[in-house]
Write a protein that binds this ligand. Structure first.
Ligand SMILES: Cc1cc2nc3c(=O)[nH]c(=O)nc-3n(C[C@H](O)[C@H](O)[C@H](O)COP(=O)(O)OP(=O)(O)OC[C@H]3O[C@@H](n4cnc5c(N)ncnc54)[C@H](O)[C@@H]3O)c2cc1C
Length: 305
């Protein structure tokens, strides 16, 4: 069986950036991905990714993937369900019973975000999520809503949603807040809402109205119909740590995988992490950078041995 120098789990910006560096340095590298990363579905233009001005998530993913493959990386579709073994002899298995061997592993599995649900179903959001005027990432997208009448939709606790509203307040002072959970509001946050005349709705969503990816209104179970120019989802984010934890890698209190150093190495020899899985802001350029850092050190680590 072929033994790869490195198998990368996750073909988002972090995994593909790492694959490029390793392939460029003549390392045998395989990237496995089940294609659930956000950029595979993002049709809005990303304005803050250096070198990709105004390209959509889908276009950026295509460019990165093509560059990695042209460098010599193998990129395959596959849902990795287990990684066993140790440095120089890891075995990676996919849901379809494919098995691959590698000397080292890079986990670039990203984070899962909780969309708003309608009757418990999040899939109805996918017609609008990241397609036109429904945003998710304040660090990346807050300027998109400049001066727009915006509804912040909080799917988790009130502190997270109000934190998002405060961040967006720097860009627009036309904000309403919808909390779909019954999470209590702290006195301090209540004062902030009152001081800024932010209208608070507490209800479940029963329908999303709009067309061609653009959301017009959110309909609530109390009969209200909230029409806005922009919608910003504040959702809990869960790092995809299942594979890391099974390998024995430590996690932080925030649920992220804990790197041993800025290189992205971990307490398990031969296993690195990169991208959103690391405990820092979630941005494409950060993922590209941490993917590259991990790959540089994987290459050097292999060279020394
Ligand atoms: C709606 C939205 C808009 C955004 N807009 C911007 C923006 O404008 N600018 C910006 O800088 N950032 C933006 N971001 C953030 C950016 O998308 C992320 O920071 C970036 O994609 C993280 O890259 P990553 O490679 O770490 O992980 P991801 O892109 O999440 O990729 C991880 C990949 O790993 C795969 N995977 C996970 N587990 C397994 C497994 N067991 N087996 C196989 N594959 C697996 C997933 O399917 C996924 O494809 C946005 C995010 C969202 C949700």
């Amino acid at each position: 069986m072929n033994i790869y120098d490195c198998i990368i789990v996750g073909a988002g910006p972090a995994g593909l950036s790492a694959a490029m560096h390793l392939a460029w340095h003549n390392r045998r590298v395989l990237v496995l991905d089940r294609r659930t990363g956000p950029l595979f579905f993002t049709l809005t233009k990303l304005e803050n990714v250096p070198g990709f001005a105004g390209q959509t998530g889908v276009q950026i993913m295509k460019s990165l993937r093509t560059q990695a493959i042209n460098m010599g990386a193998e990129v395959k579709r596959g849902n990795v369900i287990s990684i066993t073994g140790e440095f120089t002899d890891f075995t990676v298995k996919t849901q379809k019973d494919e098995e691959y061997k590698a000397k080292t592993i890079l986990l670039a599995t990203g984070i899962a975000r909780y969309h708003p649900t309608i009757d418990g179903d999040y899939k109805r959001c996918l017609a609008f999520a990241a397609k036109c005027n429904m945003f998710y990432c304040p660090d990346c997208e807050a300027p998109e809503i400049a001066d727009k009448d915006t509804l912040v939709i909080g799917t988790g606790n009130s502190a997270g949603a109000i934190g998002t509203a405060k961040h967006l307040w720097l860009h627009t002072n036309k904000i309403d807040l919808l909390l779909t959970s019954d999470s209590a509001i702290s006195d301090e946050n209540q004062v902030w809402l009152n001081d800024n005349n932010i209208k608070l709705h507490r209800a479940k969503i029963t329908a999303l109205e709009g067309k061609k990816g653009c959301l017009d209104a959110v309909v609530l179970d109390n009969g209200a119909r909230l029409e806005h120019e922009a919608f910003f989802v504040s959702a809990p984010k869960l790092p995809r740590t299942d594979l890391a934890e099974k390998l024995g890698i430590r996690t932080t209190k925030s649920g992220h995988v804990e790197p041993k150093s800025q290189r992205g190495d971990t307490n398990i020899k031969g296993v690195w992490i990169a991208g959103d899985l690391r405990p820092m802001t979630q941005q494409v350029s950060v993922s590209l950078g941490t993917g590259n850092i991990a790959a540089v050190h994987i290459d050097q680590f292999l060279a020394k041995r």
